[in-house]
Design a protein. Structure first.
Length: 128
């Protein structure tokens, strides 16, 4: 206990480093490694609230929400291009389903032929 009493409290007698933000705010550190560019965007209060609400719902920061939105945004994607992509996706899915149905039909046909081939061997006179 005596040892603890002799120790100075943290920061006692030491000059604190001055922050350009004043004593009430700490200097901000970069949020993530490699993120060094800042972009100021003017928007309406309603849009700002919408971004904050969507970011909170996604459990990410507003900046992260905007970064993710930029990654998926395609300005040239018009309605007809979106429709073509959806049709292509449906075509690929339909093609895969058709191939599976053909495989199942061929397997059923093989079983049917094997069944009648076995019957033919059991009763050859009936099949002549």
């Amino acid at each position: 206990m005596a040892l603890l009493a002799r120790q100075k409290p943290r920061g006692a007698g030491e000059a604190r480093a001055k922050s350009r933000h004043g004593p009430s705010q700490r200097a901000r550190r970069p949020i993530a490694k490699g993120l060094t560019q800042r972009l100021v965007v003017l928007m309406t209060p309603t849009l700002k609230k919408t971004i904050a609400r969507k970011a909170a719902a996604a459990k990410v920061s507003a900046g992260e929400l905007i970064r993710r939105s930029i990654v998926v945004y395609e300005p040239e994607a018009r309605d007809d291009q979106i429709l073509v992509r959806e049709l292509l996706f449906a075509l690929k899915r339909g093609h895969a389903e058709a191939l599976q149905a053909l495989d199942e039909a061929e397997a059923e046909l093989r079983r049917t032929r094997d069944h009648f081939a076995a019957k033919r061997e059991q009763e050859p006179a009936r099949w002549e």
